[in-house]
Design a protein around this ligand. Structure first.
Ligand SMILES: NC(=O)c1ccc[n+]([C@@H]2O[C@H](COP(=O)([O-])OP(=O)(O)OC[C@H]3O[C@@H](n4cnc5c(N)ncnc54)[C@H](O)[C@@H]3O)[C@@H](O)[C@H]2O)c1
Length: 314
């Protein structure tokens, strides 16, 4: 079992991943290019760790350490697994992977948390592409119990199996994505939903608030218990066939992004992190929402049995 890991890029995703790994007795050395991010990271790890206490993911007999470093080479020098989690930008990731190839042990697995850049693209320039793999955590990574594992064209079966075995050792569920398609599985499904939701609101079919209510308490609530392909059997394939035969051609199929999004992005209204996006938030409201949502996700995960993971504390 892998016991020495490194995380490169400790923004939104970093602390939750680090806390989850440390819980399983794994040492995690972390690096971020930004000193401000490095300074606030230990506090964020403590918060994520407190959430894991509430999920009853019991600490290992000897929890791993989480340390922060200001030098990439020093961070990764002993790692058996490095998780790259820098911004979703092909050039930035390419530069980081070139550095990882230079400074991580030759035997280390190099994983990327990319949300959808093909692994084949990331591994292609490297001398040893066989050790590069997609390890796509879902946000918030210490609460969502599933991780997608994606091999590129040149990833070895051994690399994929090592990462899957690590995930299982964390008490989490891995999903093997069999083809290196953009967006993998989770984001392809999510973005299909988002596109249709925006289309309905843009077209005046429903208000933003009532769209959210409809999806949350209709399909959202239901899908957490009955996933889509099982739902087909519940509804009846004849019903699906009859509805899909006229509805599929009417669903939104636009290839670009809705102006509702592009106009807000151009104005700097990016959502909770800037105080305004589809809705508006004061800093206090945003913080309160993060806390209450984490609590609700924990309660739902416990009610559902948590991806095969949530262990009761002693
Ligand atoms: N945010 C999500 O919901 C989410 C979910 C799943 C996967 N991801 C993926 O995880 C990755 C990181 O996303 P995020 O949301 O944490 O981004 P983020 O912008 O919050 O954090 C990225 C961090 O990388 C640092 N960084 C930038 N260049 C670097 C470099 N050269 N070396 C080291 N650190 C560097 C930044 O300072 C920043 O702290 C992306 O590939 C993203 O697509 C994000």
């Amino acid at each position: 079992m892998i016991s020495k890991t490194a995380i490169v890029g400790t923004g939104t995703m970093g602390a939750g991943m680090a806390a989850t790994l440390a819980r399983a007795g794994i040492d995690v050395r972390c690096y971020d290019v930004s000193e401000a991010v490095r300074d606030r990271f230990p506090g964020e790890v403590a918060v994520a760790s407190g959430v894991l206490d509430r999920i009853h993911v019991g600490p290992a007999q000897s929890p791993g350490t989480v340390t922060v470093h200001g030098d990439l080479a020093e961070t990764v020098q002993d790692a058996e697994l490095v998780i790259e989690s820098v911004p979703e930008n092909t050039e930035i990731k390419a530069a980081v992977f070139a550095d990882l190839e230079a400074h991580a042990p030759a035997t280390a697995i190099l994983a990327t948390n990319t949300s959808g850049i093909p692994i084949t693209t990331i591994q292609q320039p490297l001398k040893n592409p066989a050790r590069v793999v997609g390890m796509h955590w879902s946000n918030p990574p210490h609460i969502i119990p599933v991780i997608e594992v994606i091999g590129g064209d040149q990833t070895s079966a051994e690399t994929v199996e090592s990462v899957r075995s690590l995930i299982s050792g964390l008490g989490l569920t891995s999903v093997r994505v069999l083809k290196d398609v953009p967006g993998f599985v989770e984001n392809r499904v999510l973005y299909a939903i988002m596109r249709e939701c925006l289309s309905l609101v843009d077209g005046g079919v429903v208000s933003a608030e009532e769209l959210d209510t409809c999806v949350q308490w209709g399909i959202g609530f239901k899908l957490s218990v009955i996933p889509p392909l099982q739902l087909l059997d519940v509804a009846g394939l004849d019903i699906y066939n009859a509805v899909a035969s006229y509805l599929n051609r009417d669903l939104d199929g636009r290839a670009d992004v809705s102006e509702t999004i592009t106009e807000r992005v151009n104005a700097g209204n990016l959502g909770m992190k800037t105080g305004s996006g589809m809705y508006s938030y004061t800093p206090e409201q945003a913080q309160e929402l993060r806390m209450t949502r984490a609590g609700k996700l924990i309660a739902v995960r416990q009610a559902l049995g948590g991806g095969g993971s949530a262990k009761e504390a002693d």
